[in-house]
Structure formats: structure tokens, C-alpha cells
Design a protein around this ligand. Sequence first.
Ligand code: 13P
Ligand code: SF4
Length: 319
Amino acid sequence: QDEKRELKEKIRRLLKEKNAVLVAHYYVDSDLQDLAEETGGCVSDSLEMARFGRDHEAKTLVVSGVKFMGETAKILSPEKTILMPDLDATCSLDLGCDAEEFAAFCDSHPDRTVVVYANTSAAVKARADWMVTSSVGLDIVAELHAQGKKILWAPDKHLGSYIQKQTGADMLLWQGSCLVHDEFKGVELEVLKEQYPLAKVLVHPESPAGVVALADVVGSTSQLIKAAVELDATQFIVATDNGILHKMQLAAPNKQFIVAPTAGNSATCKSCAHCPWMAMNGLRNLLQVLETGENQIQVDSETATKAKIAIDRMLDFAA
Ligand code: 13P
Ligand code: SF4
């Protein structure tokens, strides 16, 4: 505890000294989330992280999350220094969508509007017409569908097929998945629902269709937290990374949150309900990058310029 307090104190001091601000995702360690909030940074979903980073006047953003979040911050603010506690913190969706293979896929379907999820590399975004996050993907595809556009979607197959079902759009899907959400199981969730008949089920749309089908609310991390506060229920079953429970519990202290069942339990399954890459963010490596200025995110300017077009379209749409 003493060590933690000391680390936090040093981080607070360095953030001030270096005119830096902490931008954290809901899945990272609760100490980092609390620090971000208390020092004037933000803790939020991918859309809000991008917007907050772009609009903040700090010279340095320390992005506590995974690589695509740091890259998006750099693309939106090339003049800022973007630091990340661990540059190896990536995402299975990003890893599963190689930029060259993706470009070849797009080349073979030139008649389709290319919509990619935020959880991709800068190079994949550079090949896209639109980038979306889970909070606005459905609305954007609905709009493109209304305009008569056919969609090429990548990389998350579960989010893609959820949007396809909801909008009726013609969507060709890349077959990627999130290794955390892919582990949530519909059959086991049904059993749990029987044990907690009054509980509402909150599901992130990166989860498989059998889990989404049992949801009372499907949405981005921010939307799920909002639902936890606003819904008239005292028990919730939550199908997303368990890092979110920290904020949910703070936002709705009198409610009970239960993590949805996964294939294994936490003793046998390292990535069950917790992202191994988000878990790479900690107080120690956060302090280290602030002290040394190491772990800067760089995106080459040609890629960044192209990727920014796809990101700006989403931000303009969501404004
Ligand atoms: P949100 O945009 O809903 O926060 O989800 C992003 C995500 O998958 C982070 O891993
Ligand atoms: Fe990627 Fe899934 Fe981790 Fe989010 S939780 S960063 S989608 S692997």
C-alpha cells in the first residue's frame, strides 16, 4: 500500500510537471482509472478517449489502454507526444487483421464502402472509408445502408453480424474476434439467468450471437455503464471485460454486478473476462514512461493522413 501511494504521488507530480494528461480505458487497472479521473484526465470508451485526447490542451497524452488507442490519439494530434505504459499492449482484433491481406480483400471488392472497427492498426484504417467504435458503429452502418451502400466490414465478426442483423445492411465480414469476448457462453449464461431471474444482462457487442441474444442492453462500455445506472434493477450480469466493474460499482454502489460465464474460470483461463493486453498497464510502467519519455507512439505521416480521414468521418458523425 505504501509503495502504491508513493507511485501515485510521483505520477501526479510528473503529470503536472510535464503538462501531461492520462487517458484511460475502463478495462485497465482500477488504480489507473482512479488516477486518470482525479488528475483531470479521462476514463472512458474508445470514442470518448479519441475525442478527449484530440480536444485536450496538454502537450503529452499518456494513453492507458492498447496500441490502437495510442495510434488513434497520435493520428488526431500529431503535434502531441503520445506515451503508452507498454508498447506491446495490443489487441487480438488488430493482430488478426494484417494490413496487406486486408488491402487485398478490399481490392477484390471495390464496390463496397470499407468500414473498420477502431480496434485495428493505423495501416488498416488508412485503407478504410470509415472508422467506427462500438458506440456509433450501428448508427453509421444504418446511415450508409440507407444511402444504398454495400459494406465491407472488418475485423470483428461478432460486432459485424450484430450490426448486420440490426440494420439489414449488405455486409461482407472479415472473420476476426476478440479473445476476451469470444469466451462468453450463451448456454451457461442462460443457466445463470435462471439463478438470477431479476438480473438485467448487459453485453458488449464483441460477444458471440448466442450471448447477444440474451442481452437486455447491447452497447459500448460507456453505454453499458449508463445502463447499469439508469435501469431499474439491482442485479446485473455483465458480458465484457471485468475491468468495467470498477466503474460500474462506483457509478451504482447499491447494485450487484456479476461477470457472465466464460469457457473456463479465471484459474484456468488467463484471458477469461480480462484482456491480457489491457492488463499490461500498471502504475510502475506508467511512472517509468513519465520519467523517461520512453514508449512514444509514432505513426508515419502518409498512413496517418489517410487514416485520419476515416476517423474524422466518425467524429463528425458523432458530434
Ligand atoms: P469500447 O469502445 O466499447 O470501450 O470497446 C473497446 C474495446 O474493445 C476495448 O478493448
Ligand atoms: Fe482487443 Fe478484446 Fe482486448 Fe478489447 S478486450 S483490447 S477487443 S483483445
